[in-house]
Design a binder for this molecule. Structure first.
Ligand SMILES: [Zn+2]
Length: 349
């Protein structure tokens, strides 16, 4: 009855054809979506962070770290946590730190000092917990309590308790380097890929320092990285990658897979090895350390296709505040060691 009531004029045929096409298109989209969803089902079952864009600037790292450290060293009634401050700003700006205004930071700090809790301040910020988890995975071991070796006038070694930055620049104190934000630049050796780290240009032989404590996980020759070292943080969430180390003498004394490394230790020497399947070959044009940080929220991410490497340029800028002093500890092998030992209190206590 209804069909008969519609006149099959040209206009109506066009409308009916359009509706039929729309139904067809919607069905197509639905079927495709269902198959994608079921393909990803296995991965989706596990709830862990799959992508992090470390966009925090060195200015924000500088300001928030100072607030955190001074609130602890002055033993203020309200202790500030720089990771909470970074996560707050990141969720306020949806990750775009170009929007940073000092007043936004001052305001949240004032509220916290007034006794408000960060959980209450951020309860309507949808992305706060995501940013907190992501930035905590990057920076959780960068600031905290530690003890540093000091030698008094009588030559007696004591340990002084401190609170502050306990991660180190990967280049030893007293050695120059230059760098720019080269993360994501294209690289053509081997296959077309993007640069997943930061190149620190310096002189061959410059002692390379462990940024954070952890366990040596990879050591030896790698086609792309040349002589390289991979160190995993104790909480397993960060993999530090140091590559293109010096030909003939790449590593500090007594390096082996499984060795426990303390932040600030000398681990190797800057060089220009790599880009060769043959071992101990200098195929890099400019001597530099390739430094990278991989985040691992689930072990399948470590060697899988969806690895998370972050832009470390601003982290390097920030770490210029804390350099490890070294000296030549073996005059026969020309090996270097750190001058002052630190004990991390979470390990020490
Ligand atoms: Zn590189």
């Amino acid at each position: 009855m209804f069909i008969h009531s519609i006149k099959l004029n040209k206009k109506n045929i066009i409308i009916i054809t359009f509706i039929l096409l729309l139904i067809l298109f919607a069905t197509f989209i639905f079927v495709n979506y269902s198959s994608i969803a079921s393909n990803n089902n296995e991965e989706d079952k596990k709830d862990y962070i799959k992508w992090v864009d470390c966009s925090v600037t060195s200015t924000v790292l500088d300001k928030t770290s100072k607030l955190d450290i001074s609130s602890h060293t002055n033993n203020e009634p309200v202790k500030l946590n720089w990771i909470e401050l970074i996560a707050y700003l990141s969720s306020k700006y949806y990750g775009d730190f170009k929007k940073f205004k000092a007043k936004d930071l001052d305001d949240v700090v004032a509220r916290l000092k007034n006794g408000e809790k960060i959980e209450d301040i951020t309860k309507n910020m949808n992305y706060y917990s995501f940013y907190y988890e992501a930035y905590n995975a990057i920076f959780s071991e960068y600031i905290g309590e530690y003890s540093i070796e000091t030698i008094n006038a009588d030559g007696i070694t004591t340990y002084e308790k401190k609170y502050g930055i306990k991660a180190f620049l990967p280049i030893a104190s007293g050695y120059n380097f230059s760098h720019y934000d080269d993360f994501g630049n294209s690289r053509s050796y081997g296959y077309k890929r993007t640069h997943l780290g930061n190149d620190l240009m310096g002189n061959i032989g410059t002692p390379i320092i462990a940024v954070e404590s952890g366990v040596v996980e990879a050591l030896g020759w790698n086609q792309y990285g040349g002589w390289r070292i991979g160190i995993r943080s104790f909480d397993n969430k960060r993999y530090y990658y140091y590559a293109h180390l010096r030909k003939d003498h790449p590593y500090a004394e007594d390096m082996y897979v499984g060795k426990v490394i303390t932040a600030g230790d000398v681990i190797g020497y800057l060089g220009m090895t790599g880009y060769s399947t043959k071992e101990n070959v200098n195929n890099i044009n400019v001597p530099h350390l390739h430094f990278g940080i991989q985040l691992i929220f689930d072990e399948v991410q470590k060697d899988g296709v969806n690895q998370i490497w972050i832009d470390v340029y601003n982290i390097i800028e920030f770490l210029k505040k804390n350099k490890s002093q070294v000296y030549m500890s073996n005059k026969e092998t020309y090996d270097y060691s750190r001058k002052y030992t630190i004990l991390e209190n979470n390990v020490f206590d």
